[in-house]
Design a protein around this ligand. Structure first.
Ligand SMILES: [Zn+2]
Ligand SMILES: [Zn+2]
Length: 311
């Protein structure tokens, strides 16, 4: 495989939370407050993913902050829930209208979940399967669905709330089955008083993606999302990764562990007791078809590269 850098040297990366609930659904804060809070915390991009209600507005956009169109749709089978995420193409004329309510369909089978994915795709949304671990999704069901773009690898609300935020095992399963999906990390913040009385930011600022784009404009950012030009994180920074002199490499903020997860040869992990790993490279053993990279800091927080294909 030819040498490449996944990220370009001089292109900006913007911090984004694509999964958030305001008072417009079951969140505690107003959209205005959330925009202010995320801006103050160094974010440039937010998407309001209200349950069954589409947000499609430019009213919060300014030079240093944009809101992408989006929604979280749901459907329920016994104890298995499906929450399906849509992030809309800002340039599309097919998007749902601002504040449009889309009713929850009745569940008769897994094809009803597929229909939601198809509807969202048909209306020019990028689609994610949200928090499959929290949702108690059967692996076979997630695997049977088609046409979605992302899995939500990390959901901060689910992680802090009840330890079901990390859905990495679903992602690996899909990759091992040759389904090339990317992954996002999000807050899914509701800012409620549920777990910590008096504190309502406990589920904010814990999961995000860093998007590489030419400029902070809705269309440019959406195009980068579509291209997969981002990585997910709950802490560490990934500066770059790719192939150099025939070896896989990654450069990151100081970490305790760096993992190259390759299929089907499993890959390799580098460890440092001093948590001072800022780069690592790995010689392929031959026969690997896909790889993704995970950087883990001293506190156990992770950053996840999108997977790339070696075939
Ligand atoms: Zn959800
Ligand atoms: Zn949600």
């Amino acid at each position: 495989m030819k040498d490449f850098n996944f990220f370009e040297e001089n292109r900006m990366k913007y911090k984004a939370n694509l999964h958030a609930h305001s008072k417009q659904s079951d969140g505690l804060l107003t959209q205005e407050t959330m925009v202010e809070e995320y801006r103050k915390h160094g974010y440039s991009i937010l998407a309001f993913s209200e349950h069954e209600v589409y947000t499609n507005t430019t009213e919060y956009d300014r030079g240093d902050f944009i809101v992408l169109p989006g929604i979280e749709r749901s459907i329920m089978l016994d104890n298995e829930t499906f929450h399906i995420h849509g992030i809309g193409d800002p340039g599309s004329e097919s998007l749902y209208k601002h504040r449009e309510y889309i009713p929850v369909p009745e569940f008769t089978g897994i094809s009803d979940v597929q229909n939601i994915i198809n509807e969202l795709k048909g209306k020019d949304n990028l689609v994610a399967i949200n928090h499959p671990y929290w949702s108690c999704n059967r692996m076979s069901n997630v695997e049977s669905l088609r046409g979605y773009d992302w899995l939500e690898v990390y959901n901060h609300n689910c992680e802090v709330g009840n330890g079901t935020g990390n859905s990495e095992i679903y992602w690996d399963h899909l990759l091992w089955k040759n389904k090339r999906v990317n992954s996002i990390a999000t807050d899914d913040n509701h800012n409620s008083h549920r777990y910590m009385s008096g504190i309502n930011m406990w589920d904010s600022f814990g999961g995000w993606i860093m998007i590489e784009a030419d400029e902070l404009k809705p269309q440019a950012v959406f195009d980068s999302l579509k291209e997969g030009k981002f990585y997910a994180s709950s802490g560490p920074i990934i500066h770059n990764y790719g192939m150099r002199n025939g070896k896989l490499f990654v450069e990151c903020s100081p970490c305790a562990t760096i993992q190259f997860k390759c299929y089907p040869r499993r890959g390799y992990s580098f460890h440092s007791e001093a948590s001072d790993l800022t780069e690592a490279s790995y010689d392929l053993r031959g026969g690997e078809t896909s790889v993704r990279i995970i950087c883990i800091d001293e506190a156990g927080k992770k950053a996840w590269s999108n997977p790339f294909c070696l075939e």
